[in-house]
Design a protein around this ligand. Sequence first.
Ligand code: NOJ
Length: 605
Amino acid sequence: MMRERREERARYAAPAAAPRVFDCLSHAARIRVILRSQTRIGTKDARAGSFSAFESRSGGHVFQDPLWYKDAVFYELHVKAFCDSSGDGMGDFRGLTSKLDYLVELGIDCLWLLPMYPSPMRDDGYDISDYCAIHPNYGSFDDFRSFLAAAHERGLRVITELVLNHTSDQHPWFLESRSSRDNAKRDWYVWSDTDDRYAGVRRIFVDTELSNWAWDPVSKAYYWHRFFSQQPDLNFDHPEVREAIWKVMKFWLEVGVDGFRVDAVPYLIEREGTSCENLPETHDVLRELRRRVDEEFPGRVLLAEANMPPDEVRPYFGNDDEFHMSFHFPVMPRLFMALRLEDRKPLVEIIERTPPIPDGCQWGLFLRNHDELTLEMVSDSERAYMYDSYAVDPNERINLGIRRRLAPLLEGDLRRVQLLNGILMSLPGSPFLYYGDEIGMGDNVYLGDRNGVRTPMQWDGGWNAGFSSADPERLCQPLISNPIYGYQAVNVDAQERNSHSLLNWTRRLIQLRRSTKVFGRGTVQFLAPANHRVLAYVRKLGEEQILIVNNLSSAAQAVELDLSSVAGAIPVEMFGGSLFPRIGEQPYVLTLSPHTFYWFRLRWF
Ligand code: NOJ
């Protein structure tokens, strides 16, 4: 795998290092520097012509396939919590750069970085105070550029956060906007003399915010915010705001990032008498941004965070003219529900209810991320069931969700962790892993907000888990140190040495997924065996077919599968390469141990 990556690496050319003085420049000057240092070759329509004929260079690296994200395995990480090179207790870009080979070994294609910009950190960086700089805790702009070049050299792509719905209340735009009612930027935010406009719009951070309006004592008016009150919403009805956000995007695309995970997209526009979510005008804004990305940066990806039911997310793909990707939020709680109920129904139902998406688009699937396991999109009774099953202790709950990592959610049961990862990697969509879950890291539900799932990466069993040389008291978050999930027990070094570890198993799983395009691009057909504890489906792309059979139960199961449509095929188990009996016209009988799964390549020979 390393060899393939090296070959892929050869296709990349490292961008020129930015001058040291870069960090000292003003925002506008920085943009000018980037513009001057930037070379762009070829901007023809990504969909025109064959993929191999398509090539564009921007920010210094070369894209081969504009649909790369359909096959990619993504890895979400927090620079702050990944690796500290400077010994100040905070992860940084130099530290992350030193761990890129680990990520290549794991088999990752694309990194998704949590916000890395200057911020008062009221929402762990989702409250941005300067869009076009790097938070000084994480290093310099040069460090970022070197990191990006090093990632690209290794064939790794990088997407970053685009938080466009809101800024920090410390952002110069907001400081200007609030400074007086006749300031030129007054209308860049949503102001009101009363707090009764947009009545009935739901609150998202229900544990902290009593209203979506906050009083500004400076300009003596209310401003609108969908998240923390320190995160005022930008007014996307204002053309200058739309232009300012485009400039931010252009800045990072010119630096060379491969796209954005776009935060909180449903909430851009407000209209009286509506839910202020998913409005047609919001789609207009997004379509315009996509058009500009396509024109100037083909091959880059826009990924939507729209925590909505699938029929309401579908419009965010448009006619392949809004987002390339969107997370499929409801799949995630339903996976956990199906596992607990030992019944495939909740999962099959949501996927069958998911409308088709354009060919150039892709779902993003995940088991866990940096937020709570959100239960906003399930019914009240389903939520109650999920709380009873996975978060009995109130400390484990936040807002409408559960703030726990994957391994503890599954009571440290390796088989269930593997089963859910197997399903994640084999359903239609591109999988997103959350840092640390590949070694089964634990959480700390006693830390505030969602910090309990953002603790330092556990590299080894030594000082500060190999994360930092600082005194432990200085770490950005305390390490997990309990006897089950603590870094002495759960760490990369130990798992690298154990060929049966979760880490090595995950590497193998990713390698298998990468061995074929069926998982990223193929169709899915669910089978309907009488045994509901078994979840079975066939992925198909052209001539290639893969049969996946999962036992959701904690007891061994037998299942009879109707595979008459592929009679004559021999199932070849993908992990071990064993041949199973040839499929005939009769129901195909399989037995499965508790919480195990099979991936079979169907072969005709
Ligand atoms: C979604 C992000 O995932 C979350 O962490 C953040 O708090 C909100 N958006 C607000 O930006």
